[in-house]
Design a protein around this ligand. Structure first.
Ligand code: SF4
Length: 288
């Protein structure tokens, strides 16, 4: 959350380190969270009972924080960790079928140094991209309740507020679209009429361009509802809007993220979002 101390630091040019500190604080709070009794019980039960194919793995079994590049210009928002994906590995979109579909597309767009996301310690780095979710605990049937969503949204709000360079938010699925709209509203960015989710939908909301994409879940990818070209098009558009195409490709070629800001020059940090009300809000449901 923005604080007078934070604002002063940003004004004095210390914004990058402040962003890192703010994200670290969110992460510290997320991993200790037990606000939703049903989800706490579920994530821990899944972690103790496991499934046969991961019987030898030590499950994370805790809330999964956002991760990626603190200087990201693209934020990707999912639904929640998968029971045997993020809930097992401790990193969002890691070690499951959704990750196997998502990361080749990110790599192809120059937004990661690898197209493989299997373990928390696999050396994967996101480039100009940060990934978070509406809910940080794996929910039964991928369906958090409205109360559970509202319990968790303040974390996303804090991440959006901390990620000063973010210009584009890619929402993976209708639930992420809805949750992101709610988070932005809590930060003072409201758009009327409310933009509707669709694959490829775009909406300008305050300083952000939201882009909708079908979620890369098996139920979408196995049925052909979401194809690789469709997902590629979403990230190509995100990269174009964020103005990071050349930088991303250059970074991928080197297999690493450069510290410099992009070939177009150094984009300015946007003004920090102003929180207009309390954390959380409203009602509804749907994966990350
Ligand atoms: S879903 Fe979010 S609010 Fe609920 S227990 Fe997990 S981290 Fe906490």
């Amino acid at each position: 959350m923005a604080t007078p101390t934070h604002e002063a630091a940003v004004a004095s040019g210390l914004g990058a380190s402040v962003t890192r500190n703010q994200l670290a604080l969110v992460t510290a709070d997320v991993v200790e969270c037990r606000r939703c009794p049903r989800l706490v019980a579920w994530r821990e039960r899944v972690a103790s009972q496991k499934v046969a194919r991961f019987a030898d793995d030590e499950y994370w079994g805790r809330p999964v924080p956002g991760s990626g590049d603190p200087d990201a210009r693209i934020l990707i928002v999912g639904l929640a960790p998968a029971a045997h994906g993020g809930n097992r590995t401790g990193r969002i979109f890691t070690g499951d079928a959704s990750a196997d579909f998502l990361f080749p597309a990110l790599y192809g767009a120059g937004l990661s140094n690898s197209g493989v996301s299997r373990r928390r310690d696999d050396g994967l780095r996101l480039i100009d991209t940060y990934i978070a979710a509406v809910n940080r605990c794996a929910p039964p049937d991928n369906k958090p309740t409205p109360v559970e969503r509202d319990n968790c949204l303040p974390y996303l709000e804090r991440e959006i507020a901390a990620l000063e360079r973010v210009r584009v938010i890619v929402a993976l699925g209708a639930y992420a679209w809805d949750g992101t709209l709610r988070a932005l509203a809590s930060l003072g960015h409201v758009r009327r009429p409310r933009p509707r989710f669709a694959h490829g939908a775009e909406a300008q909301i305050g300083p952000y361009t939201m882009i909708g994409s079908f979620h890369p879940s098996q139920q979408n990818t196995f049925t052909g509802r979401l194809t690789r070209p469709m997902l590629d098009a979403v990230f190509a558009r995100a990269v174009e809007i964020a103005g990071i195409r050349a930088r991303g490709r250059a970074a991928r070629a080197g297999g690493d993220a450069p510290d410099g800001r992009g070939p177009e020059g150094s984009p300015k940090r946007r003004p920090r979002p102003v929180r207009s009300s309390s954390a959380g809000a409203g009602s509804d449901r749907a994966r990350g």
